[in-house]
Design a protein around this ligand. Sequence first.
Ligand code: XMP
Length: 326
Amino acid sequence: NWTTGNIVEEQVERIRAQIGTAKVICGLSGGVDSAVAAALVQRAVGDQLTCVFVDHGLLREGEAEQVERDYVAATGVKLHVANEQQRFLSALAGVTDPETKRKIIGREFIRAFEAAEKAVLAEAAAEGGQVQFLVQGTLYPDVVESGGGEGAANIKSHHNVGGLPEDLQFELVEPLRTLFKDEVRAVGRQLGLPEEIVGRQPFPGPGLGIRIIGEVTEDRLALLRRADAIARAELTAAGLDDDVWQMPVVLLADVRSVGVQGDGRTYGHPIVLRPVSSEDAMTADWSRLPFDLLARISNRITNEVDGVNRVVLDVTSKPPGTIEWE
Ligand code: XMP
């Protein structure tokens, strides 16, 4: 007969018993799992925890701020931010192959995280402490699937913060190991985390890097970020967040089509909307969004986002299409 309150109390006790007076480190991705895991550990051992946030520049509009400002304000977590946007842009320059992009992002993420980790370890040592633990937001389904991921791991190389190589110098703290996603969200709300983080739809580790079909550049990221923010805002305004599992917004950066806007001819890029309904992301169906919502999203994106003159809807189920385009 559990309640969310019990879960919090019980986990806080366990975490305290496991960690004692040692120091602990946790990577934040911006997603709900790492955010809730870290908040529990913070509740248990306070400043013995340092969180690391690698900003790879591939997040959506507002997401870095939600971690750096809102999450820190809500939890009081000690946060080390690694601004690594340039590292990722340089590593991705000229790359168009999806698997190559995924591998590069995964590799650079590990390098960036390890560099940040070193700084945190040095700081702890200077304070006379030692970092002995690493927090991971492993959920019960990940444990059961052992091998983790969403089952699509054989099809695409998955990257997320939980996918860091096993760091043998640390013992793992996994406070979400017995929980399902909806329980994790409930715990997050109980801990007072920002709703933007707790209610967030699944977002892939490689972020917008795999939602730009073609080379990833700063300008293209800015364009896609704007289009994505408009689509998400309209979906939320229509009250349909709970009906849609996730809605990737994809930029076809190497495709152009002719259009007409005002008095002139345009030659711009298409944006693809990929709203899907799903239970577990293993299979999915395209969401039958209301036409007036689609019309609003289309009007706003073509009017407000420079360089985009067409919005198209992906009406493919999974299989045969995956949810993400890369
Ligand atoms: P696909 O595109 O394979 O995606 O149908 C299935 C689900 O997994 C998400 N996804 C990822 N999640 N790291 C993640 O943490 C990744 O590299 C990754 N790639 C895809 C995708 O958004 C969908 O929810």
